[in-house]
Ligand binder design. Structure first.
Ligand SMILES: N[C@@H](CCC(=O)N[C@@H](CSS)C(=O)NCC(=O)O)C(=O)O
Length: 294
């Protein structure tokens, strides 16, 4: 356990000098996770794993209650369903809910196929998404796994059905495509509305504690996590007033979301995605960036 605690950067989350959670992101090997789950001396009540999908640069999050082993998966992607289910099996978890923060063009959700493969698994999405699921989510709903839960905050603007999922103790927020690290979801197609997005982020995300960790659905530059405080201070779009924000969003001129050109997967367990001239590698969940010429 000492070894684990030493590798866990968010083990003691405090807010106003009070410990606000025993959650942490584990950036270590899964055999260690299995050991943790099997250990009764483990002080953690819950853990979160951040998983990456190469082509669409999508993050999937696995959250589990260490005591009951009930788990929730956020934003599973079609291409990585088998990877995710294998991990869940290895960790001995009981996957209760697969939840989508939104439904959009860039990646295909894996929840439909997962429901067919996992007995009792329920899919969930906002009732404003236009998509069907076992659970239609609205503001304030709770997604429970063991003794833990996520609360739904509706954060439309990128799409009508975008939600942010906030852990019970407000130590983590899974912001989907509403708030990205130093950015935000584009608003130029599929129900996008810059004004709505601006209000959503300011009213529903920036009102969380500064220390609250921000975990987005995508990142294209290898960044993995931010905080509400950081984004409030440094987000180049959201620190502007509404008019300036709307102007920025109108002039983003982003290319259509594209799949990444080169994927490298070799037999040393390197999971790599290339973007422009930098390759971001995840070796057993440790992120490495390598500059390349292509
Ligand atoms: N820079 C990316 C752009 C991909 C993209 O459009 N991503 C979406 C989320 S998936 S629809 C988005 O909202 N991006 C906002 C942004 O500021 O990037 C690429 O070229 O692949």
């Amino acid at each position: 356990m000492t070894q684990f605690a030493a590798t866990c950067p968010h083990h003691s989350l405090t807010h106003n000098n009070k410990t606000i959670g025993s959650m942490c992101i584990i950036t270590t090997r899964s055999f260690l996770l299995i050991k943790i789950l099997q250990s009764h001396s483990c002080a953690l009540t819950c853990f979160t794993l951040q998983l990456f999908e190469l082509e669409s640069c999508t993050y999937t999050y696995l959250l589990a209650d260490t005591e009951t082993k009930e788990a929730v998966l956020i934003d599973p992607v079609l291409e990585t369903v088998d990877r995710d289910l294998k991990l869940i099996h290895e960790l001995g978890l009981n996957l209760k809910v697969a939840v989508n923060t939104h439904c959009h063009a860039d990646h295909v959700t894996g929840t439909g196929i997962m429901r067919k493969k996992v007995v009792g698994l329920k899919s969930a999405i906002s009732k404003f998404s236009g998509a069907s699921a076992d659970i239609q989510l609205s503001e304030g709903d709770k997604i429970t796994f063991g003794k833990q839960y996520l609360t739904v905050r509706e954060t439309p603007g990128h799409t009508d059905g975008c939600v942010t999922l906030v852990l019970a103790d407000q130590s983590m927020a899974f912001t989907g495509d509403a708030l990205l690290i130093r950015g935000c979801g584009r608003t130029d197609f599929q129900q996008g509305c810059a004004k709505t997005l601006y209000q959503s982020i300011h009213e529903k995300i920036f009102t969380l504690p500064d220390e609250c960790l921000v975990y987005p659905a995508h990142d294209y530059l290898g960044r993995t996590v931010s905080t509400v405080g950081e984004e409030r201070k440094f987000n180049p779009r959201l620190t502007k007033n509404l008019d300036e924000f709307m102007d920025i969003m109108k002039n983003l001129n982003l290319p259509k979301p594209k799949k990444i050109g080169i994927n490298i997967i070799d037999n040393t367990n390197l999971y790599c995605a290339s973007y422009q001239k930098v390759i971001y590698c995840f070796f057993e969940n440790v992120k490495i960036s390598i500059k390349i010429s292509i």
